[in-house]
Design a protein around this ligand. Structure first.
Ligand code: HEM
Length: 534
């Protein structure tokens, strides 16, 4: 009798396993193109357990493999799967044009579990509907009305730095700029996104900021990075959230804190923001939506949406502004060129939104070059929802050396978009691909190679993704970056404390952040002097 029960459990389980591990694998092997690529380093985890991917920067490995195998190659994934790494512009354009329907985001379940049903976790028709609802909040007109909020934050920052700089000697004050970019970004997203002041620039440390910081104090090191990638992409989100891991607990805490703030903001906005009386509430992204919502019964803005905007907008923008200050400190002549451009027309007043979008070309080039060299999101992964054929624009050979003009991907197959490797590939960007050269974007992108021009995305970059899921906050981030840098560059001169050759490393928090080598946490101490003291 006992044997009978055991059989009842074991036979279906074994059948399911055989189907999953053998039949599906054989079907996929038959339907997929076999590309060249690095060998597996672990029976169970494929190449994900290799030191280069786990402890190092995965993009360094992708750069190395691009040289060895070409513009598309395969890497062995966990449980005998494989992932296709794509650096071919035509193949990528195909994948992104089919998103969100042909290819889905494997981590979406995790976002859903942690942050609720927002844009990041939505797929298919739900995504389409939610995206349409949020779009007015990020339109040109909306960003134009938010620009003064970005300036308010920048000037608040200037007040604090002025007193530090004035009380320092002629060499200037040493300031950890990353901390201050965090505060500026958090206050800006609070005010411009939701009409809420986190008061980070006033010295208050909100609960949300405390949890974000705890990721930096307990960074993902060693095997953890790889294990997380493995779990997120292969287990259903529910299981991931039950894993007794420190980082999972941090994510849960972060979600809870953000949710507390979001619920409060949402409640306040509902009471005050749906009309014109409270002008500061309407002059925020959510204010715009609530105003529109009152005229429509089709959709409702939700707390989950607020959650995700804080998560998606805070760190990404802060990291980008920090990298720009590092690069400008490493290249004093480029810093001077930017200052000159700003001072020529804006020594007496601030630029407007129109000045940012149609003038100030060098500032725009510094933004693009920073986004190219230092994308805060360094890779995207997509799962094919059906069998597909990827067209190719660059010559490629399969694993047996035969020329290919397309790649077959089976349903369930995963493609990796190595954003940083793509943005810095010498094949696409030329021999100076790794150099910080805003000049390449000037004069109608005159310094771009033909190959780079063929790349789609945001100005030929995948830093914001591409297609229907392209970052909805890209103009928001761009306006904030430009407002903050235009104030800082007109008022201060920046240098790396220990000279332009100071080594910079990256450290994994939620996203990889820069840090000066040897510093605690993710500190980026720069020497800051007033422009009027020279
Ligand atoms: C430099 C700053 C930023 C970078 C580099 C960045 C990057 C990205 C990337 C790569 C994606 C696509 C993810 C994917 O396809 O899987 C994305 C999506 C998204 N971003 Fe950003 N982001 C930035 C700033 C912002 C800001 C300021 C906001 C909001 C205020 C924001 C809100 C979002 C949202 C809601 C999505 C999901 C869009 C969708 O799925 O339709 N981002 N971002």
């Amino acid at each position: 009798m006992q044997l009978y029960v055991l059989e009842l459990i074991c036979i279906p389980l074994a059948t399911w396993l055989v189907h999953k591990l053998v039949v599906k694998r054989l079907r996929n092997a038959y339907k997929s193109t076999s590309l060249a690529g690095p060998p597996s380093t672990s029976l169970l985890f494929g190449i994900r357990a290799s030191d280069g991917l786990l402890r190092g920067d995965p993009n360094k490995m992708y750069e190395k493999w691009e040289k060895e195998y070409g513009s598309a190659f395969q890497v062995p994934g966990p449980f005998w799967t494989k992932q296709y790494v794509l650096l071919d512009p035509k193949a990528l354009a195909h994948v992104f044009s089919r998103t969100p329907f042909g290819y889905t985001r494997p981590g979406a379940q995790m976002f859903l579990r942690i942050f609720g049903q927002g844009l990041l976790s939505a797929e298919g028709e739900t995504h389409k509907r939610q995206r349409k609802a949020l779009t007015p909040a990020f339109s040109n007109a909306a960003i134009r009305s938010l620009t003064s909020i970005f300036f308010d934050s920048a000037y608040k920052l200037k007040d604090v730095w002025d007193s530090e700089v004035q009380s320092s000697d002629a060499n200037g004050a040493v300031i950890d700029v990353q901390q201050w970019m965090n505060k500026t970004s958090l206050d800006s997203i609070g005010l411009a996104g939701f009409g809420h002041d986190f008061h980070a620039l006033d010295g208050e440390r909100s609960e949300v900021q405390k949890v974000f910081d705890s990721f930096a104090l307990a960074p993902a090191v060693g095997k953890f990075n790889g294990v997380i990638t493995f779990i997120v992409t292969f287990l259903p989100g529910g299981l991931f959230m039950r894993l007794p891991l420190k980082r999972v607990k941090l994510f849960t805490r972060l979600a809870a804190r953000i949710r507390e703030v979001s619920e409060e903001l949402w409640r306040k906005s509902k009471v005050e923001g749906g009309n014109d009386e409270k002008e500061n509430k309407v002059r925020s992204a959510i204010g715009t939506l609530l105003k529109a919502e009152s005229a429509s019964t089709e959709w409702k803005i939700d707390v989950d949406e607020i959650n995700e905007l804080i998560l998606a907008g805070y760190e990404t923008t802060s990291i980008t502004m920090t990298w720009a200050l590092i690069e400008l400190s490493r290249h004093p002549e480029k810093q001077e060129r930017l200052r000159k451009e700003l001072m020529e027309s804006f020594s007496a007043r601030d630029p407007t939104h129109d000045d940012f979008t149609s003038g100030l070309h060098y500032l725009d080039s510094v933004l693009r070059e920073t986004l190219r060299l230092h994308p805060p999101v360094t890779q995207l992964i997509r799962t094919a929802e059906e069998d597909d054929i990827l067209p190719l624009s660059m010559p490629l050979k399969n694993a047996s050396g035969m020329p290919l003009n397309s790649i077959s991907i089976p349903k369930g197959g995963q493609v990796v978009v190595p954003i940083r490797a793509l943005n810095t590939s010498p094949t696409l960007w030329g021999p100076d691909a790794l150099e910080f050269k805003p000049e390449r974007w000037m004069d109608d992108e005159s310094g771009l190679t033909e190959a780079a021009r063929a790349i789609q995305g945001y100005h030929h970059l995948f830093t914001f993704g591409d297609g229907p899921r392209i970052c909805i906050g890209r103009a928001f981030a761009g306006a904030e970056f430009k407002a903050v840098l235009s104030v800082l560059l007109r008022n201060y001169i920046f240098e790396l404390r220990d000279g332009p050759q100071t080594p910079i490393e990256t450290i994994m928090t939620i996203l990889p952040r820069p840090k000066v080598a040897g510093e605690k946490g993710y500190a980026v101490p720069l020497r800051v002097r007033s422009t009027t003291s020279t």
